[in-house]
Unconditional design. Structure first.
Length: 91
């Protein structure tokens, strides 16, 4: 888990620098944004609600994709899940 939090420590300042919004707006969408899994193919993030998920995937995903590419050194699939998605039992 330390590796994942280290990536977040690098990711969030990069996003803050690149996204043109107020500090309060950034905190609204990214305060509880968390990297929960990372492998050679995919980075999986969680966020508290479906609204957060929608905003992150429609407004900010390109920034997340670009920053993750810089951090890991190659393009990687980024998936954002809400805590509601995570609470659903698998099919």
């Amino acid at each position: 888990m330390a590796e994942l939090s280290g990536i977040m420590d690098e990711l969030l300042p990069m996003l803050r620098e690149r996204i043109d919004c107020s500090k309060s707006t950034f905190e609204l969408w990214f305060e509880e944004f968390e990297l929960i899994d990372l492998n050679e193919d995919k980075a999986v993030f969680s966020t508290p609600s479906n609204l957060n998920k929608k905003v992150l995937t429609t407004r900010y995903k390109k920034y997340i994709d670009e920053a993750m590419k810089e951090i890991v050194g190659f393009a990687i699939e980024v998936d954002v899940l809400s805590t509601m998605d995570l609470a659903r039992p698998p099919d």
